[in-house]
Design a protein around this ligand. Structure first.
Ligand code: PMV
Length: 311
């Protein structure tokens, strides 16, 4: 029995603005993973997907063309792309990525599932083909996704992403240490992306200017990350990016409080990461401050924290 996996992701800069053509920076977050194990199934039993945690079994046929279940849809896309009927197999899915946590759970689950199914059919998908198919599933989760989640998760590399252009990776001049924080509140990215769209449609001049300002922050951040050092400046950019996300209505009192707790504890900067209103946040820190800042975050109501280094 083979197991296939895909990591979670964090967005360092530029969420939401990326939907409008501005750049964003994201990195894989491998402490959290989606995994799919391919198991043989009796002859004639067809293709099923089992959720390890829920125990839920989904049967995949090619009949239903527009399923509202993303897992079934992901499997169907692979079968259609490869021109194969459903094989007699069970795909067992488990994931420790919080759903609605801003960690790209949907894209990671689709990626692991599509990797597993295409490999089991003897035709593993190339990175580009997989990325395109995962993006199609993302549209079911998000409505109008920028494509950043699937890109960083499929390629498992830090990316500088501009919608509609080939993803670029970038150099990290000096290691950066982040605390990644699960706020403990799950939130719908589809909803926050929709709300930002409404604001933008209502007052294009005002919200368009905020979106452009975020783009400017992302371009400066890339230069700083590549040249190494300048942690204070990078932290200040994170704080500014968070304030602009708040102006787009996608922060929350809880996220603001958690960011403040990280900054008060000595972080260079902190911002929400992903869709917002809940989900996750990240703080740029000195490694030796990790235990005390993590403790401060937990006292302020964070569900969980992880330390990651971007190198
Ligand atoms: O909530 P997440 O982690 O899936 O973040 C999505 C990032 C957004 O910029 C808010 C939406 C998008 O499609 O890029």
């Amino acid at each position: 029995m083979e197991t296939y996996s895909a990591p979670a992701k964090i967005i360092l800069f530029g969420e939401h603005a990326v939907v409008y053509g501005e750049p964003a920076i994201a990195a894989p977050f491998s402490a959290l993973q989606a995994q799919v194990t391919v198991m043989p199934a009796p002859l004639g039993s067809g293709l099923s997907i089992i959720g390890a945690a829920s125990g839920l079994t989904l049967h995949v046929s090619l009949a239903n063309d527009t399923p509202d279940n993303a897992l079934v849809y992901a499997a169907q896309l692979v079968l259609k792309a490869l021109g194969k009927p459903p094989p007699d197999l069970t795909l067992a899915l488990r994931s420790n990525i919080p759903i609605g946590g801003g960690f790209g759970s949907g894209a990671a689950v689709s990626t692991a599932l599509m990797r597993a199914l295409s490999a089991a059919l003897g035709a593993p998908l190339s990175g580009e083909a997989l990325n395109n198919l995962v993006y199609e599933v993302e549209q079911l989760h998000h409505g109008t996704p920028s494509g950043i989640d699937n890109t960083v998760i499929v390629y498992e590399q830090p990316v500088y992403f501009v919608r509609g252009t080939p993803p670029e990776t970038f150099r990290v001049g000096a290691p950066l240490t982040f605390l990644v924080v699960d706020s403990g509140v799950s939130a719908s990215t589809r909803e926050t992306v929709g709300d930002v769209r409404q604001l933008y449609t209502r007052d294009r001049a005002h919200y368009g200017a905020i979106i452009s300002e975020i783009g400017e922050i992302v371009r400066t951040a890339r230069t700083l990350i590549e040249s190494g050092g300048a942690l204070e400046e990078l932290g200040a950019l994170m704080n500014a990016n968070h304030a602009l996300l708040r102006a787009l209505s996608v922060s929350s009192a809880h996220l603001d409080r958690l960011c403040a707790a990280a900054r008060d504890g000595g972080a260079y900067g902190a911002k929400l990461s992903g869709g917002g209103r809940g989900g996750s946040l990240i703080a740029l820190i000195e490694p030796d401050l990790a235990p005390s800042i993590a403790a401060a975050l937990r006292s302020a109501g964070a569900a969980q924290t992880w330390l990651i280094q971007l190198t």
